[in-house]
Design a protein around this ligand. Structure first.
Ligand SMILES: [Fe+2]
Length: 216
């Protein structure tokens, strides 16, 4: 993975600014990167080889097109006195990528310049766990996927809390069906297995890994 081309942290911030990513999403991305890099460092100490720069940059850009998932009526909640140009930019992006998930849209934008990073982003989609072609496979992909499922807004929370919040949000926007409930149970189980795989290697309890723990 070391030979892949990557943006610097500064370049990531420039890309986020170019796409007018709302501040709360940038802050969420920083929190995901912080947790993912912490876990990667602990795994590295336990002889697991991980490209930490790739992981960090993929986390920073993973929600580049998250605005694609929001309704226009949500835009004013993102920012007080939202400038017209920003709103227009989001409307334009939404029109361009409306048939895609935010993960696929970011993949599409980044795949030529940063293929490994783009693929990790594509594979952080919740349902990717049960998709044979898109299941997170490398450690970088797994840690981005997992860390995103532990960070609610900007806070590290227990996995079950974040998953419950995601399910609640999903039912509100898409309604519930018997099939989606089955799939959700299957995906949640696979994420729990992923958590076990990570934490068994680093010898920590997932619940003790909080922001304060990482900073201590
Ligand atoms: Fe995210």
């Amino acid at each position: 993975m070391k030979d892949c081309s990557l943006p610097t942290r500064k370049e990531c911030l420039a890309i986020l600014a170019e796409y007018n990513v709302p501040t709360h999403i940038v802050n969420h991305s920083r929190a995901v990167a912080k947790l993912a890099v912490f876990l990667a460092q602990r795994l590295n100490e336990n002889s697991v080889v991980i490209d930490i720069d790739l992981l960090d940059r993929a986390c920073m850009l993973h929600d580049l097109l998250r605005v694609n998932d929001f309704k226009e009526s949500d835009y004013n909640r993102f920012e007080r006195n939202l400038p017209h140009e920003k709103k227009a930019k989001w409307q334009k992006l939404r029109a361009k990528y409306k048939s895609m998930t935010h993960e696929d849209a970011a993949y599409d934008i980044l795949k030529v310049k940063y293929p490994a990073l783009a693929l990790a982003i594509k594979r952080h989609r919740y349902m990717a766990m049960i998709d044979e072609n898109e299941k997170p496979d490398t450690w970088e992909e797994k840690l981005l996927y997992y860390a995103d499922k532990r960070v609610m807004h900007e806070t590290i929370v227990p996995l079950k809390d974040r998953l419950a919040e995601g399910h609640k949000r999903n039912v509100l926007s898409h309604g519930s069906s018997a099939q989606s409930k089955i799939n959700t149970a299957e995906v949640d189980l696979l994420i729990e297995e992923m958590e076990k795989e990570i934490f068994e290697k680093i010898g920590l309890n997932p619940l003790e890994v909080t922001e304060e723990f990482i900073d201590s």
